[in-house]
Design a protein around this ligand. Structure first.
Ligand code: NAD
Length: 353
C-alpha cells in the first residue's frame, strides 16, 4: 500500500428522518443563541416551517439566495446577520444556499449549521465560491466548513425527480474523480465506492416512488459520502470542465455534471484502472463510462450540452480553457482529445474511451 495522509472531517453529522428536531440542541452545542435562516425564495415555506418550530432561536429569515453566490447578495446577507444580531447561520437548501452561508462565514467567522436538501455535497467541504463582475472565484478555507450538518431525508422528498437524478449524478462525479485523485487514500476510496453505490441504487427506487423515505435516506447518505470525498482531495478534468462550462457559458450546475461525467470518465479510463474497477463494482457494470451515461439516460436526465443551453460556437473556447492551466488528472490534457470529448458531450452520443 502506498503511504498516505488522512484528515478526518471536523463536521458533526446528524443523520436521520426528522432529525431537524435536533436543530435547537445543535445551536446550543455551538454556544449560539440566534440563527439567521438562509433559503431560496422557492424554499421559503419549507424554511419557515422549520423556523416556526424553533422560533426563539431564530434571528430572522433571509430568502434572497441566488445561484453562484453573487457578491452583492453575500453583502446583503452579511449585513442582515449583523443587524439582526445573529450568532450563527442555519442554511436550509442546496449548494447555493449553503454557499451563501459560507460567504457569510468567510468574513465574519459565523458558525454554519447546514441542512442540505439536495445531493450537491457543499455542506461537508471547505470550498467556497463567490461571483463578482460575472466571474466566479472559488477557494478553500476551513472557516467556511459548516460546523454541523443535519441530514433529514424528509426534506428531500420535495426535490423534483429530474433534479434528484442530476443532483445524485453530481454526487457520483465527486466520488468518481476522488477515486483517481493523487492525494486520495484507502479510507476515502471506501467512502467513494460506497457513495457511488448508494447514490446509483437509490435512483432505481426513487424512479418508482420519489417519496420513498428509505431510498431518500440512501441518496442523502450517498451524498454525504461523496461530498466528503470532494472536500478531501483534489478534483481533476471532470470538475475543471464543469467549472469552465458552468462559469463561462452559464450552464446549470448539476445538469452539466450529468452530461460531462461519462465523457470525462471515458477520457481517463485507461489511465485510472484501479478507480474504474471500484466504480464498476459500485455500479455493477464493467463499462464504467457507458454505465454512467445509461444511468442518466434511463432516468430521463439530459445527456447533451446542446439540450442544456450550450451553443456549438463555444466548444473551441471551452477546449482552450480546459488546457489553459494545469491541474492534476490521471491522463495528460491533450487539446485535440478534449475538443473531441466536448463534441461528443455536445451531441449527447455515448462516451468513447
Ligand atoms: P441549488 O442549491 O442551486 O438549488 C436549485 C434549486 O432547487 C433552488 O431553487 C432550490 O431552492 C431548489 N431546491 C433545493 N432543494 C430542494 C428541495 N428539497 N425541494 C424543492 N426544491 C429544492 O442546487 P445545487 O445543485 O444543490 O447547488 C448548486 C450550487 O452549489 C452551484 O453554485 C455549485 O457551484 C455549488 N456547489 C458547491 C460545492 C462546494 O463544495 N462548494 C459543492 C457542490 C455544489
Amino acid at each position: 500500500m502506498k503511504s498516505f495522509v488522512h484528515q478526518g472531517s471536523l463536521s458533526r453529522i446528524v443523520f436521520g428522518v426528522d432529525s431537524v428536531q435536533f436543530i435547537p440542541e445543535e445551536i446550543e452545542r455551538l454556544v449560539a443563541k440566534r440563527a439567521l435562516v438562509l433559503c431560496t425564495a422557492n424554499q421559503r415555506e419549507q424554511a419557515e416551517a422549520i423556523a416556526e418550530t424553533i422560533s426563539s432561536r431564530v434571528a430572522g429569515i433571509f430568502d434572497r439566495v441566488e445561484m453562484h453566490v453573487p457578491i452583492e447578495v453575500a453583502r446583503q446577507a452579511r449585513q442582515a446577520a449583523a443587524s439582526l444580531g445573529a450568532d450563527c447561520a442555519l442554511a436550509i437548501g442546496g449548494g447555493s444556499t449553503i454557499g451563501l452561508g459560507k460567504a457569510i462565514a468567510l468574513e465574519s467567522g459565523l458558525p454554519i449549521i447546514a441542512v442540505p436538501t439536495t445531493y450537491a455535497g457543499s455542506e461537508v467541504t471547505p470550498i467556497f465560491g463567490l461571483t463578482e463582475g460575472g466571474v466566479k472565484k472559488t477557494g478553500r478555507d476551513p472557516k467556511v466548513l459548516p460546523r454541523t450538518v443535519i441530514y433529514d431525508p424528509r426534506l428531500t422528498v420535495t426535490l423534483p425527480f429530474s433534479m434528484t437524478v442530476t443532483s445524485a449524478m453530481n454526487a457520483i462525479a465527486h466520488s468518481a474523480e476522488g477515486l483517481y485523485a493523487y492525494d486520495g487514500n484507502p479510507v476515502l476510496e471506501l467512502m467513494a465506492e460506497e457513495g457511488i453505490r448508494a447514490s446509483a441504487a437509490s435512483l432505481e427506487r426513487l424512479a418508482m416512488n420519489p417519496a420513498d423515505l428509505e431510498a431518500r435516506s440512501d441518496a442523502l447518505y450517498g451524498a454525504w459520502l461523496c461530498g466528503t470525498v470532494l472536500g478531501s482531495v483534489a478534483m481533476g478534468l471532470h470538475h475543471k470542465l464543469c467549472h469552465t462550462l458552468g462559469g463561462t457559458f452559464n450552464l446549470p450546475h448539476a445538469e452539466v455534471h450529468t452530461v460531462i461525467l461519462p465523457h470525462a470518465l471515458a477520457y481517463n479510463f485507461d489511465a485510472a484502472p484501479a478507480a474504474m474497477r471500484r466504480i464498476a463494482r459500485a455500479l455493477g457494470k464493467a463499462d464504467v463510462p457507458l454505465a454512467v451515461y445509461d444511468l442518466a439516460r434511463k432516468h430521463g436526465a439530459p445527456t447533451s450540452l446542446r439540450e442544456i443551453g450550450m451553443t456549438a460556437d463555444g466548444l473551441d473556447r471551452a477546449a482552450d480553457l480546459a488546457v489553459s492551466d494545469q491541474y492534476p488528472n490521471p491522463r495528460p490534457l491533450e487539446r485535440t482529445a478534449l475538443r473531441a470529448l466536448l463534441q461528443r458531450a455536445f451531441d449527447g452520443v455515448s462516451p468513447q474511451a
